[in-house]
Design a protein around this ligand. Structure first.
Ligand code: C2E
Ligand code: CA
Ligand code: CA
Length: 278
């Protein structure tokens, strides 16, 4: 039994070694990918389903390997947060999005504002605001065309630091929304402190609302809460006309999801917009 125990230990440590090695490889690959231009931003429209108008879009990061394999962000962003690489990658995302705004400012103003996801780690970085400012300046775009999507995890740590950053953002004219609303621990508590303009309702709430009466009550309550606090609500993960009808019935008209469009490369999204407005 003792020998078996030792073997098990050796087995696990070999497995762990392998895991650590794989992580180091991915980290190395992620950095190389930046140099090689393998990161791309796709954009998904946001729609006011009441009027049918496109009200902006969200930038979503894709890593496309030379063979064409698309690596979804959840496969590498968490690791890049752990290692701190997100600061560099996030700065690239911001710069890229700002230059896209520059291009769309004249040709496709419907696609503005463009919102960019900011990870908690990136937001906490002391250089964040300077990076943001210089991206806007370099691209020569108006701050009101850019929006930030911050998850609730941003708010968990150092609330005072957050409040300071929020007021600086406001001065700069950069709007932000709280992403994945309802999934954090303190969702209701911070509504007491912050005057939020926009909240994105995490898509699992919509799925549950379509599955059960209980889920529907929860989502309706969230929407009502937003209405009474005068906060814009946008529903994520809208996949069908049935989703649209329910949401409209409950008083939520801003939506995003595959029902309207999947995230697309910039040219394809501009094309989508053209056919839609004809
Ligand atoms: P998120 O911010 O909640 O983004 C929404 C996710 O839902 C996206 O996944 C989008 O493609 C997907 N989605 C959109 N419509 C639908 C729909 O109708 N049904 C379903 N099932 N899914 C839909 P994606 O692109 O894989 O991104 C996953 C997450 O990765 C994002 O979640 C965001 O947290 C993170 N992420 C993406 N890009 C960036 C980035 O540039 N920076 C940072 N820090 N995080 C990013
Ligand atoms: Ca988002
Ligand atoms: Ca989400």
């Amino acid at each position: 039994a003792k020998a078996a125990g030792r073997n098990t230990t050796r087995f696990y440590s070999a497995e762990l070694q392998e895991l650590l090695k794989r992580r180091r490889e991915i980290q190395h690959e992620m950095r190389l990918a930046l140099e090689r231009g393998e990161y791309h931003l796709y954009y998904q429209p946001k729609v006011d389903a009441w009027t049918g108008r496109v009200i902006g879009c969200e930038a979503l990061l894709r890593w496309i390997k030379p063979g064409g394999q698309v690596v979804p962000p959840l496969d590498f962003i968490p690791l890049s947060e752990e290692t701190g690489f997100i600061t560099l990658l996030g700065a690239w995302v911001l710069r890229r999005a700002c230059f896209q705004i520059r291009a769309w400012q004249d040709t496709h103003p419907h696609l503005l504002p463009v919102s960019v996801n900011i990870s908690a780690k990136q937001f906490a970085d002391p250089g964040f605001l300077d990076t943001l400012q210089s991206c806007l300046e370099e691209a020569g775009v108006d701050a009101r065309h850019l929006e930030l999507e911050l998850t609730e995890s941003v708010l968990i740590t150092r609330l005072e630091h957050c409040l300071e950053l929020f007021s600086r953002l406001k001065e700069m004219g950069v709007a932000f929304s709280i992403d994945d609303f309802g999934t954090g621990f303190s969702s209701l508590n911070y509504l007491n402190i912050l005057h939020l303009e926009t909240i994105k309702i995490e898509r699992s709430f919509l799925r549950r609302a379509m599955d059960s009466q209980r889920g529907a009550s929860v989502l309706q309550a969230i929407i009502q809460l937003g209405q009474s606090l005068d906060i814009q609500m946008i529903a994520e993960g809208v996949e069908s006309q049935q989703d649209v009808d329910k949401l409209l019935g409950w008083g939520c008209r801003l939506m995003q999801g595959y029902h309207f469009s999947r995230p697309l490369p910039p040219a394809a999204l501009a094309e989508w917009l053209t056919t839609r407005h004809q």
